[in-house]
Design a protein around this ligand. Sequence first.
Ligand SMILES: Nc1ncnc2c1ncn2[C@@H]1O[C@H](COP(=O)(O)OP(=O)(O)OP(=O)(O)O)[C@@H](O)[C@H]1O
Ligand SMILES: [Mg+2]
Length: 224
Amino acid sequence: MPDDELPPPVVEIVNRLRRAHTDERRRIARDLHDQVGHALSVALNSLELHEVYLHSDPSRAQEQLRSAVRAVRRSHEAVRTLCSNLRRREVVDGLEDALREYLAAVTPPAIAWTVTVTGDDSRLPAETRDELFLILREAARNALVHSRARRVEIAVVIGPDAVLAGVSDDGAGFDLARHGRTGGLASMRERAALLGGSVAIASTPGTGTAVRVRIPLGEIPDHE
Ligand SMILES: Nc1ncnc2c1ncn2[C@@H]1O[C@H](COP(=O)(O)OP(=O)(O)OP(=O)(O)O)[C@@H](O)[C@H]1O
Ligand SMILES: [Mg+2]
């Protein structure tokens, strides 16, 4: 569908996604140039010198050959690292483990937390699990960092048609009208929207915050 037929909020999301892709391509180009390209040019240089010294100084020629092998090995290693970084998934052992691991690592001892996941998350497409994890992690991080909560709860229910997830805290709450256009709250909404879903936030100063996420399963609806 051409951009001018999409509603403005969707165009904005598509534009941000394009910018993110451009940034990612630049990062990959930088890594290829600085790591792989550099090691390969050292290898090429050493091989050329190997040829130069082959008859006049065989031991120096031998040393250039060894240097070329080392450089090719380095570039091979750099390609492997780049590929595995590109393929890295956020959620490797399931959503519940990933959320628990995160909360166990970052929650101060004075804050109690719970994570419950109901339903089979292996049914979810890997992208949905990764994105949902990033949304819930940001909501949990906000609760831990901003709310002065004593309790943070994450609950995920994987149903037949949709995933419903919530992050709630009993902290200070905040004024929604003053936040959410940029930063973590905006990116939570964008991630959900890209999966055809939505984020609803209820927050009252003094009584805490509840973030609710809904991601439909099956076809992502067409934005008309
Ligand atoms: N659970 C929460 N309890 C209290 N305040 C919150 C909560 N979640 C968000 N806020 C408020 O909303 C603001 C915006 O949150 P948002 O995640 O968009 O940005 P941030 O956390 O300040 O920075 P970033 O996520 O970009 O690192 C926060 O600075 C905080 O004031
Ligand atoms: Mg945040």
